[in-house]
Design a protein around this ligand. Structure first.
Ligand SMILES: Cc1cc2nc3c(=O)[nH]c(=O)nc-3n(C[C@H](O)[C@H](O)[C@H](O)COP(=O)(O)O)c2cc1C
Length: 170
């Protein structure tokens, strides 16, 4: 699949078929995350792949309950002190953002649906998954085969989002 077609294909998927996701597909998309760039190559991430229904229920109960219906949930954790901090910018957030986007695009290429989940009670997820004290839970995504066409969302026009040489809000 052409790169731009993969980008266009990725949409937030919130309904899934019950079909399990083969392990080789899970490994394929984790490999895409593994290859992501990171601050000073610190690779501060750890991904918890949740397939157990009881654990999925606990992760869902920490925020978006519907994700427990997906066959898999992937939870992205980060060790926040390894990457740099500039002012109030904590680069572990960027590192996880890039890795997750790699993962989600790889999933789209394989016909799998994902949805970035940024709203959750971190303490509840840490407890459910046994995430060490020093780690942050940054994001998660359900993973599975979409059961329906994802809702198409709109974007600002290209002209609205950039300017040459000088900041120009349009
Ligand atoms: C940082 C971030 C956090 C998000 N958190 C949630 C969330 O908690 N629950 C949810 O259903 N969608 C969440 N989304 C998905 C967005 O609503 C979605 O990406 C956006 O509406 C654009 O739609 P699209 O992904 O289909 O292109 C999040 C997306 C991002 C990038």
């Amino acid at each position: 699949m052409e790169f731009m077609d993969v980008i266009r294909k990725r949409k937030s998927v919130r309904r899934f078929k019950p079909d399990p996701v083969p392990e080789e597909e899970i490994k394929y998309i984790l490999e895409a995350a593994r290859l992501a760039p990171s601050w000073a190559n610190t690779q501060c991430w750890h991904f918890v792949v949740v397939t157990d229904q009881d654990v999925k229920n606990k992760v869902g109960a920490a925020g978006n309950r519907w994700i427990a219906k997906a066959p898999v949930i992937i939870v992205a954790c980060a060790e926040p002190t390894q990457p740099g901090v500039k002012g109030d910018q904590h680069y572990y957030m960027l590192d996880i953002g890039i890795a997750m986007e790699h993962l989600m695009l790889a999933a789209a290429e394989r016909g799998l649906g994902t949805c970035w989940i940024g709203w959750f009670d971190e303490a509840k997820i840490k407890e459910a998954l046994g995430v060490p004290e020093n780690m942050r839970v940054v994001a998660s995504t359900p993973l599975g085969y979409p059961s329906e066409e994802a809702i198409a969302t709109t974007r600002k026009s290209l002209e609205q989002i950039f300017s040459y040489n000088r900041y120009e809000q349009k």
